[in-house]
Design a protein around this ligand. Structure first.
Ligand code: AMP
Ligand code: ZN
Length: 433
């Protein structure tokens, strides 16, 4: 029955119909998962030996979580549930240490993913009339290729620029009159600071929108990107274990990301005891992919901290919205015994006047104590203008951070362009302890 609905109808399904669709798809994905020894053991441990053992969507709560370690332990083929001959592509997570976590796609998996990326781009107001410059890295990382296929299917004029080579990015942007860009938020800010030094003029660009994601960023960073370029920036969330971009995406209202619940089961659990939390409470996001036959992953602990934003979105889409990612459970820093998330620091410094486009958090040992150093770029005017202003800015940052994280850091100011920039995800924290 449900397959006869169009994609836009599915996005407007009422709560009950959406849950009914999830149940149908969940049973199918459980059947698929039972083809792997890994899930036969995991599901068998709670008495699920056949998809008919699932009678309600709440049965998911009986199932033990799947973790990144599970994916590593089953490398390379332990989670493959399809015939290897039917696999047409693989991707891997961007982690740099140890074995990568690998996922496989059949053609039908790719089609399902592409449909979600088309849907996400449409939700931000993109159309076939747009010129889409994709500045996310192409490769094993899902960020670049993921949106590429959706943009093409939507009929956009796609420029697969990939990341880096800022001068060439500007040339393409100008000569092909790019209207939509896709990049990490840190790269967007880096781009802005390079426009003039590389001999370009913002007036020659026609960018209207940016899809930003792949790394944590605060509302202040979004606002900065929007103000610098005079555009709208939409938050895009995804992870390779769940396909990649278009797990959750903001619509034109920019008030949280619709997590496409027809294709993923969304749970938020307490980060300590892992019990389910009600909407509105901050916890760890746990996801189940309902639309990928080749690599079914059930109750994946993303380690990302967020909450479901209660209430309906004015756009009418019924998929619940998650808030921007507050941090990762493994991101939390313990500085002299105090728990600090990098996002708390970013929020304070990025709302200050004269702060530039890049910063780093450095932690080192000084004697037996931890020392927190914040290195941030500042606009060139303040450096040339007045050292008193710089001292005042430093004191204000220290004061606000003391109020928010109870730690008074050392602040180091740098000229624009002095701090290192990564091609892919920004490295904001350097822990030298
Ligand atoms: P990867 O599997 O390499 O694509 O990395 C996925 C991870 O990137 C997620 O689990 C998040 O920690 C992070 N990430 C992706 N998109 C966002 C976003 N919009 N905001 C914050 N973090 C993100
Ligand atoms: Zn919406």
């Amino acid at each position: 029955m449900i397959s006869c609905y169009s994609d836009s109808e599915i996005q407007m399904f009422d709560h009950e119909t959406l849950r009914a669709l999830q149940l149908i798809r969940f049973k199918k994905i459980v059947s698929q998962a039972l083809k792997t020894e890994f899930y036969r053991t995991k599901l068998g441990s709670v008495g699920i030996k056949h998809s008919s053992d699932i009678t309600s969507i709440n049965d998911i709560q009986k199932i033990p979580f799947t973790t990144k370690e599970d994916l590593r332990d089953t490398y390379p083929y332990g989670l493959l549930a399809a015939d290897k001959d039917d696999v047409v592509r693989m991707h891997a997570s961007s982690g740099t240490t140890g074995k990568p976590t690998v996922i496989y796609q059949t053609q039908s998996d790719l089609d399902n993913w592409t449909n979600l990326t088309v849907r996400s781009l449409i939700a931000t107001g993109c159309s076939h009339k747009d010129v889409f410059q994709n500045m996310m890295t192409y490769g094993l990382f899902t960020g670049g290729i993921g949106l590429h296929y959706g943009a093409e299917k939507l009929g956009m004029f796609v420029i697969p620029a990939s990341s880096g080579n800022t001068k060439r990015q500007f040339m393409l942007m100008k000569d092909f009159q790019t209207t939509v860009v896709h990049a990490t938020p840190s790269y967007m800010l880096h781009l802005f600071s390079e426009i003039e030094p590389l001999g370009f003029d913002l007036k020659d660009f026609k960018i209207k929108k940016a899809m930003i994601g792949a790394e944590p960023h605060s509302e202040e960073i979004r606002r900065k990107i929007e103000e610098c370029f005079g555009i709208d920036a939409y938050n895009s969330y995804g992870l390779s274990e769940m396909n990649g971009p278009s797990v959750a995406f903001e619509c034109e209202h920019k008030n949280g990301m619709h997590l496409w619940e027809d294709s993923y089961i969304l749970e938020i659990v307490d980060k300590n005891n892992l019990t389910p939390l009600e909407d509105g409470n901050l916890g760890e996001l746990v996801l189940t992919n309902l639309i990928r036959e080749s690599t079914p992953i059930i109750r994946y602990r993303t380690r990302d901290l967020t909450k479901v934003i209660p209430g309906d979105c004015p756009c009418g889409r019924t998929a619940r919205r998650i808030d921007r990612i507050f941090g990762r459970t493994d991101d939390m820093l313990i500085i002299n015994g105090v728990n600090v998330f990098p996002s708390q620091i970013e929020e304070v410094i990025m709302k200050m006047p004269s702060i530039g486009n890049n910063y780093r958090i450095v932690i080192r040992k000084k004697g037996i104590l931890d020392q927190l150093i914040i290195e941030t770029e500042v606009n060139s005017e303040i450096i040339i203008d007045d050292t008193r202003k710089l001292y005042a800015l430093r004191d204000r940052i220290k004061e606000e951070l003391r109020a928010s994280i109870t730690i008074s850091p050392q602040i180091e100011f740098h000229e624009p362009g002095r701090l290192p920039v990564q091609q892919g995800k920004a490295i904001r924290v350097v822990d030298e302890r």
